[in-house]
Design a protein around this ligand. Structure first.
Ligand code: MF3
Ligand code: CO
Ligand code: CO
Length: 270
């Protein structure tokens, strides 16, 4: 395990990359409407990242361990798609839920964040899943401080989501991030308290739970990237990149358009 601990210089770079990734989501938000294709969103994001932000869309041509290179600049995972959905010419329709996942590289540093969008008016079940997954992510984030272990984070997320009758995907996890897109440690969204790596100041990693309305099982589509729920139930995901500070956490992927914090977070924050 090779965890990189960021110094003040690295933290400054990560803050900028994190904010830029979040600002891409802000920029896309008004465009996520019935009738827009995910390819159109991909093009908007590519142009914004490369021309306005002078940054690099990290997913484009990403090929960890010899996979076929990812062909687009963003991931768009719709309804029963869990993650890594590839943008296409198919239009979003009213009632769809879509995760848009953005990773940018700025001055060598990565910022990685995703949000759920409900297209037009959504069903009660869709809204509930998206809200609960957002809260699940935050149940993990608020645990972050030196001395806590990764198992504590996973446990908090798992008990919250499963306690509401939802399931947590096991095959994909959060990850260390910095000058490398996916680095150590793995950040599981399930687990046992007091286990796994101890958090130390300067660690930066993502928390990105995938929550299914049905069973937790998944399968990969023949495109080699898109992951779907095996039972075709709805799936949601949110993602933030966080820094372990001396006293707790700092969320790096924040911008003016970041959604408000859940009430249980603002109630305890100082
Ligand atoms: N952004 C995703 C994550 O949260 C990874 C996408 S890899 C890609 O880790 F190649 F599919 F873009
Ligand atoms: Co990630
Ligand atoms: Co991501």
């Amino acid at each position: 395990m090779t965890i990189t601990y960021k110094d003040e210089y690295g933290i400054a770079g990560m803050r900028i990359a994190g904010r830029l990734a979040s600002e891409v989501l802000d920029y896309l938000t008004p465009h996520v409407q019935p009738g827009v294709s995910t390819n159109a969103l991909d093009k908007l994001a590519f142009d914004y990242i490369t021309q306005i932000q002078q940054a690099i869309p990290a997913p484009l041509n990403y090929n960890p361990s010899g996979r076929n290179p990812y062909p687009k600049s963003i991931c768009t995972s719709i309804n029963h798609q869990v993650c890594h959905g590839i943008p296409s010419d198919k239009a979003l329709k009213k009632g769809d839920i879509v995760n848009i996942d953005i990773t940018v590289i700025k001055d060598g540093w990565h910022g990685d964040t995703s949000r759920m969008f409900i297209v037009g008016e959504g069903s009660i079940a869709a809204k509930r899943l998206c809200q609960l997954t957002y809260d699940a992510m935050w149940h993990g984030i608020v645990k972050v401080k030196p001395g806590v272990r990764l198992g504590d984070i996973g446990h908090a997320i798992q008990t919250f989501a499963e306690g509401q009758g939802f399931s947590i995907v096991r095959e994909f996890c959060g990850h260390g991030i910095g000058q490398v897109f996916h680095e150590d440690p793995q950040v599981l969204h399930y687990g046992k308290p007091g286990t796994l790596e101890e958090l130390k100041p300067g660690m930066t990693f993502t928390i990105e739970p995938m929550v299914n309305a049905g069973k937790r099982d998944i399968k990969e589509m023949s495109d080699g990237w898109t992951i779907i729920t095996r039972d075709h139930s709805l799936s949601a995901q949110w993602e933030h990149t966080v820094l372990v500070t001396q006293t707790g956490y700092e969320v790096l992927t924040v911008s003016d358009g970041s959604p408000p914090l859940p009430a249980f977070v603002t109630a305890t924050a100082c």
